[in-house]
Design a protein. Structure first.
Ligand SMILES: CC(C)(COP(=O)(O)OP(=O)(O)OC[C@H]1O[C@@H](n2cnc3c(N)ncnc32)[C@H](O)[C@@H]1OP(=O)(O)O)[C@@H](O)C(=O)NCCC(=O)NCCS
Length: 142
């Protein structure tokens, strides 16, 4: 297993604010059965503090994490995703590690995230987030 992980790691590069297309993001979202909204990335990109992407050596997109922010102290981690065939190899953790460093470099003091319960281990144990009080209002029916 370690050999496979090492081989995969050596074939992957990580980029900050790479020039990604809406179609690439849509394909990545579809790969894990996420909800694809055409035009989403084109609408969101200009409001981001930045984003981290993971690429295979042929440059194709296999992982992504976006950072929104308040223009000052608070950054918000949104939409981390890794192609299913590349999951559980440490790529998600590395995307978040790099996003955390980027938010710190941008002068933010806090990085926020929320997630479904089954991902507690990923965010708390692998990525270093700690629990906090937070609030939520559902604005339309599920
Ligand atoms: C969540 C996600 C980004 C994690 O990416 P990843 O590259 O698989 O994560 P890592 O390999 O770095 O995982 C590190 C550890 O986190 C935990 N973890 C990761 N994914 C998990 C999952 N789906 N369920 C439970 N624990 C998980 C495990 O402890 C894992 O270590 P292990 O593989 O040694 O058991 C990926 O599962 C994904 O894209 N999911 C679909 C989209 C999604 O739900 N995004 C999150 C929105 S909040």
């Amino acid at each position: 297993m370690h050999g496979i992980v090492a081989q995969v790691e050596s074939d992957i590069s990580y980029r900050w604010r790479a020039d990604l297309t809406d179609a690439e993001l849509a394909a990545l979202t579809a790969s894990h059965d996420g909800q694809v909204q055409p035009g989403w990335w084109n609408r969101v990109r200009e409001h981001s503090l930045g984003w981290v992407s993971a690429h295979r050596d042929d440059s194709s997109l296999i992982g992504f994490a976006n950072l929104a922010w308040d223009g000052a102290d608070h950054a918000f981690l949104l939409d981390p995703k890794v192609r299913p065939e590349y999951q559980r190899l440490g790529i998600g953790t590395e995307l978040i590690r790099r996003a955390t460093a980027a938010a710190r470099n941008a002068g933010c003091e806090w990085l926020h995230v929320d997630f479904l319960p089954h991902l507690r281990g990923f965010y708390f144990d692998a990525c270093g987030f700690r629990p906090t009080d937070a609030g939520l209002i559902q604005l339309r029916d599920a």
